[in-house]
Ligand binder design. Structure first.
Ligand SMILES: [Ca+2]
Ligand SMILES: [Ca+2]
Length: 481
């Protein structure tokens, strides 16, 4: 039997323990509240025709350039796969296409057990106490609407199962605007919307408006992860007239990287990847320059939308505690290597825009030329937010060492996978491509930035090829559903 005094002491001790427990809980919560927010901006099919990557001097991207000046630009960043679906699956899972078997757009995300059992990036943040919201194209369209269905999101605009259509059909009829009736997909169209259409009328405009208003509203539960995916400059390149007016047709130049007969020293295996011979049709229709004009116009429109989103963040109360990562899912060829497409392992299709602004971490105006990959987004965000990454899942690298020092020792190469056993490997200086049949390409970017001269068969490069081959993954997962 306890005495009254003993009972009182016990009661006091238990009370004290509870108070201490609650205080420590509050402290934990306090730490969690202090975690940085994440603004995750995705752009579709934007190659290096931007002010920072300098792939085309005619490009006008002042807002992205301004954003880049506030943090770090990776000038040698590449996609994990040169197609929307597998590129985004790799970003969202942190798993290489060659590990998951998710290689092309038609491959499912949720029917793939490796991807389906992974912790997808939005889920990762949700599990770590973040409020997760988004709009626009973050996952590949079909993957989101019919497969992911808002998994990991607390809120999605317009809804978790109703993704935005890539463009507003009502505003762009009758189609095709480019007049090409045969030989192209219905997506391969371009031209200005009706003259009275404004940026806000477009679906990309609605995504940006939602993101800007959500940030300015100041009522987000923190920490938050907010994703905004802009569909442009993915085809069809429709934009309000004012964007076309910024690029007069008679001033449009053909791509500097285009070379007649460039394909003569390229192995035939490259054409076994999804080959789209649209360039011939475009040239025959006299549409090459109008199509370039439209890509530049759509890119300028995208840039204005980025300006809206980032501008809203800057004016909001979250400005000082929000990490921004901006990425494009892969590049695009506008005639180079005889292609009007992505779907290749060459620089123009693999190189991406990759900008990071992490308050107190990245240094304003810094650039880094080390080879990095979109696969690095997941581990880098985990590192910056102090959230423990899912065990054994992530295959990318933590980039924070390069934020500290862009010249830090970095022995890694950047891998792009397209189709079973086709690999593009980029080092600081070289690009090495090896196809499933063993045929190869090697380019020296120090002397040949447009990849015109395939050096793979020259014996003096044997050692370099051997080194580059170390970037080939050990495992090649057969293609999934
Ligand atoms: Ca894409
Ligand atoms: Ca060539």
């Amino acid at each position: 039997m306890r005495t009254k005094k003993q009972t009182t002491i016990l009661f006091l001790a238990v009370t004290l323990l509870c108070v201490v427990g609650r205080a420590s809980e509050a402290k934990d919560t306090g730490r969690q509240d202090a975690k940085p927010n994440v603004l995750f901006i995705a752009i579709d099919d934007l190659n290096d025709w931007t002010g920072t990557l300098k792939g085309n001097p005619q490009a006008k991207t002042p807002h992205m350039d301004k954003l880049a000046s506030k943090g770090m630009v990776f000038t040698n960043a590449h996609c994990a796969a040169p197609a929307c679906g597998p590129s985004r699956s790799a970003i969202m899972s942190g798993i290489r296409p060659s590990t998951s078997g998710n290689y092309v757009n038609r491959n499912s995300l949720t029917k793939n057990p490796i991807l389906n059992n992974s912790v997808l990036l939005p889920e990762f943040f949700q599990q770590n106490g973040y409020y997760v919201c988004g709009s626009g194209k973050l996952f590949h369209g079909n993957h989101f609407k019919t497969e992911v269905k808002g998994r990991g999101f607390d809120d999605y605009y317009p809804s978790k199962t109703q993704d935005q259509f890539p463009w507003e059909t009502r505003l762009s009829s009758p189609r095709p605007l480019n007049g090409i009736k045969k030989g192209m997909s219905r997506y391969a169209d371009w031209g200005p919307y009706h003259p009275d259409v404004t940026l806000e009328d477009t679906n990309c405009g609605k995504t940006a408006k939602w993101a800007a208003e959500t940030l300015l509203g100041g009522e987000l539960k923190e920490p938050f992860f907010l994703g905004a995916g802009i569909f442009q400059p993915h085809l069809p390149n429709y934009a309000p007239q004012e964007y076309f007016d910024r690029f007069p047709l008679d001033e449009i130049e053909l791509p500097e990287g285009y070379l007649e007969n460039d394909m003569e020293d390229v192995p035939k295996a490259s054409s076994k990847q999804r080959h789209i011979a649209w360039l011939k049709t475009i040239r025959a229709a006299g549409q090459w320059k109008p199509a370039i004009q439209a890509y530049l116009a759509s890119t300028a429109m995208t840039d204005d939308l980025i300006g809206q989103i980032v501008g809203a963040l800057e004016k909001s109360k979250y400005a000082d505690n929000t990490i921004i990562v901006l990425w494009s899912d892969h590049g695009f060829q506008l005639g180079e290597k005889e292609r009007w497409a992505k779907y290749s392992l060459w620089e123009r299709a693999t190189r991406v825009n990759f900008v990071w602004v992490a308050p107190g971490v990245t240094k304003p105006g810094s650039t880094c030329a080390k080879p990095v990959n979109l696969l690095d987004i997941y581990p880098t965000l985990a590192s910056l937010t102090g959230c423990e990454p899912p065990e054994g899942q992530l295959e990318g690298n933590d980039l924070t060492v390069l934020f500290e020092d862009p010249e830090a020792s970095w022995d890694k190469t950047s891998l792009t996978v397209f189709g079973f056993k086709n690999y593009g490997i980029r080092s600081e200086r070289y690009r090495y491509i090896v196809y499933a049949d063993g045929s190869e390409e090697l380019y020296d970017h120090k002397k040949d930035k447009w990849e015109w001269h395939n050096l793979a068969n020259r014996p003096e490069y044997a050692e370099i090829k051997e080194k580059m081959r170390k970037g080939i993954p050990a495992h090649h997962e057969p293609p999934g559903n």
